[in-house]
Design a protein. Structure first.
Length: 186
């Protein structure tokens, strides 16, 4: 995939590069999933090389059929390369459908630095530009009610709180729905 989305640098943080996941990301994906906090909020375990290969295969398949667009979020490192810091996914993307869902996770070493909010904002702007006008007009960000960090990310990415959703499997607790609407053209 040659799609690249960028979250601009800020006064205190470098530019983020968002691109489709690649097979070469396997080891960094496995390392990110060693974090028990990440595993608490995700549904699919990635603790073995086989699970990582399957996860990456699913991410690539989502790009091929256009229904689930997963971005590896990369940040420059001190060695002149870059490292994995997060994942942002655009779910339920269908032609002509006015809404989709944004999900994300942040690797443990990158938490608390505003990466998730910047990356979710960048993917949201990209999605509205690519699939609107006449198509995508609303993005939802859903999370369990006890995930206060996700409330902060939603706010930073310009999603407003809309409602509490009742618990529904596989989620054991009530949840929040935050919404971001496409900005009017002009």
């Amino acid at each position: 995939m040659s799609i690249i989305v960028r979250a601009p640098a800020t006064g205190s943080a470098p530019e983020l590069l968002l691109r489709p996941w690649q097979d070469d990301d396997r080891d960094e994906l496995l390392a990110a999933y060693q974090d028990p906090v990440l595993r608490r909020w995700t549904q699919v375990p990635v603790t073995t090389p086989a699970q990582a290969r399957h996860w990456l295969s699913q991410a690539q398949r989502g790009w091929q059929d256009g229904s689930r667009l997963s971005f590896a979020v990369r940040e420059p490192d001190a060695d002149g390369g870059d490292r994995l810091v997060a994942n942002v996914v655009l779910k339920r993307v269908l032609p002509g459908r006015p809404d989709a869902e944004v999900g994300y996770w942040t690797a443990a070493p990158a938490r608390g630095r505003g990466i998730a909010g910047r990356a979710v904002d960048a993917v949201s702007r990209w999605a509205f530009a690519r699939y609107g006008p006449g198509g995508l007009t609303r993005l939802d960000l859903l999370h369990q009610i006890d995930n206060t960090a996700s409330c902060r990310v939603a706010e930073k990415a310009r999603f407003r709180f809309v409602e509490v959703l009742p618990a529904q499997p596989p989620f054991p607790r009530d949840g929040h729905r935050h919404v971001r609407l496409a900005e009017p053209a002009g």
